[in-house]
Design a protein around this ligand. Structure first.
Ligand code: FAD
Length: 463
């Protein structure tokens, strides 16, 4: 689909149709509106349709198709590959559709398609209710959930998509469809990992759970103790109850109050235990880690919504990430993981992360297209740096981590944790059998592959 420029696209009609706005490159606010989280992405859409309702979304989709404009769908703008921006095309910008309505009686939240994790968590917190969310507050609920949705609460409550009760979508024809267990169940199945392939989700309904207390133990250990720290973290998590989440990571110590001055700016090994329960139980869980040498600690019981923004980083840095999902994490894998920490490109905000899986994540009974969920461990090299001159070295480091961990990889991957790594990786992300089933759903709802700026499932006829 060849993009056309704004001059060619008659915006007056669209502006008249929308309750929201339609920005062209010459308009005030356009440059701000085209920024996404990853500072490496610098694209210039012909139109940014700032939608306020599903009717607006339908108008925007129809307009783009009538003018042959490539469509990108934007929620939180966190896709590392920048799939929420199209060069010369039309962006369906959902950010104004961020209302969250909580029904404490049925323990459900209806979430606008452009809401962020923060919008969701701040709305559910007053009811002491929560659901699995991403690990930073600025991620979009839409892209996060439709791709799977991995977060601190996943071992207790499952992935975010496991908590999806229903969704309303605008399809490639500009029609509205609903999906749930009872309505369009095959589409509903596809929304559990198939991402934005099938339409624009204008609202999602998510199941909530009681969460009276959330606790955290965060420790910064000396770099040279990394091997022992990672091993101990692995052993703690191997026998941890489902309430426990967290991660073990190498990162640059940030300039925070709890970090001693001499540590700020240097590489450290950190352990984080999150616990869906009171602080004393979190402490007990983390006891073997607390017994290790550490130079900084945060131990607290805190509102879940506060935990969710504890790791927020500002947008605009350069990002490149990938992931490997491991069948096992033996001592040799620990060695490989730790060895690669020594050449993290510095200075940078890069994180070299080990996530424990298991618990409710591994207990899927619905056969959703997320084959990686049975892996007990995930390694997630999260390259974040500032200067374009470091692009080559930082992206190579991420690729090196993948190569190092490959011997233990089960060959599956969570697509939300990677950028554009080609169509074979998309198949690895959903599983070959599931891919064929997803392609059939795609053929039904988007036969022309209008929504292709994503981890693309091609319509069956195009495979
Ligand atoms: P966008 O860039 O706006 O959208 C990405 C794609 O999602 C779009 O191209 C579109 O195809 C689709 N999409 C978005 N909204 C909709 C919608 N309403 N309807 C249809 N399609 C839609 N992931 C995790 O699982 N756990 C984490 O802890 C986590 N942490 C992260 C931390 C950071 C700092 C960042 C940048 C990302 C993180 N992610 C995490 C990855 C994140 O889940 C994915 O990047 C996800 O796609 C982001 O969704 P978004 O709406 O913010 O992104």
């Amino acid at each position: 689909m060849a993009p056309r420029n704004t001059a060619e696209a008659d915006l007056t009609g669209l502006r008249g149709d929308l309750a929201g706005d339609a920005l062209a490159p010459a308009d005030a606010g356009y440059d701000e509106a085209r920024k996404v989280f990853n500072g490496m992405i610098d694209r210039h859409p012909a139109v940014i349709a700032q939608c306020e309702s599903s009717t607006d979304v339908a108008h925007a989709v129809r307009f783009a198709r009538a003018h042959n404009l490539e469509i990108a769908v934007r929620g939180g703008g966190h896709s590392v590959a920048g799939t929420s921006l199209s060069e010369g095309g039309l962006v369906v910008d959902l950010r104004r559709m961020n209302t969250v309505t909580v029904d404490p009686a049925s323990r459900a939240a209806r979430v606008g398609g452009g809401a962020t994790m923060s919008d969701l968590d701040r709305a559910t917190q007053p009811f002491a209710l929560a659901t699995t969310g991403g690990r930073v507050s600025t991620t979009g609920v839409g892209g996060f959930t439709l791709g799977g949705g991995s977060g601190w609460l996943e071992r207790k409550f499952g992935l975010a998509c496991d908590n999806l009760l229903g969704a309303e979508l605008v399809t490639a024809d500009g029609e509205t469809v609903r999906a749930s267990v009872d309505e369009n169940p095959e589409l509903f199945w596809a929304l559990h990992g198939g991402g934005g392939n099938f339409g624009v989700a204008t609202s999602l309904t998510l199941e909530l759970h009681e969460l009276p207390a959330m606790s955290v133990v965060l420790l910064l250990h000396p770099l040279e103790d990394g091997r022992r720290v990672v091993e101990t973290f692995r052993d703690v998590m191997d026998s941890a109850p489902d309430e426990t989440g967290g991660g073990c990571l190498y990162l640059t110590a940030p300039p925070e109050d709890f970090v001693p001055e001499h540590l700020v700016g240097s590489l450290v090994c950190a352990t984080l235990i999150t616990f869906a329960g009171p602080e004393d139980r979190a402490r007990a869980m983390a006891a073997p880690l607390l017994a290790l040498r550490h130079e900084a600690e945060v131990i607290a019981e805190l509102p879940y919504a506060d935990l969710q923004c504890m790791l927020d980083d500002p947008p605009g840095m350069r990002n490149y990430w990938s992931a490997e999902y491991l069948d096992s994490f033996p001592d040799e894998a620990v060695d490989a993981f730790c060895a690669r920490a020594s050449d993290i490109p510095m200075p940078s905000a890069t994180q070299h992360v080990l996530f424990p899986m298991g618990g409710a994540v591994a207990r899927d009974t619905n056969g959703y297209p997320l084959p990686w969920r049975s892996a007990p461990w995930a390694v997630h090299p999260f390259g974040v740096w500032e200067s374009p001159s470091d692009d080559a070295r930082a992206t190579q480091w991420v690729r090196d981590v993948r190569a190092d961990m490959r011997p233990w990889s089960g060959g599956t991957v969570y697509l939300n944790f990677i950028g554009n790594e080609g169509s074979d990786r998309v198949v690895e992300g959903v599983g070959a059998e599931n891919y064929a089933r997803l392609a059939a759903v795609k053929t039904q709802y988007d036969p022309a592959n209008v929504f292709h700026l994503n981890h693309n499932i091609q319509p069956a006829a195009q495979v």
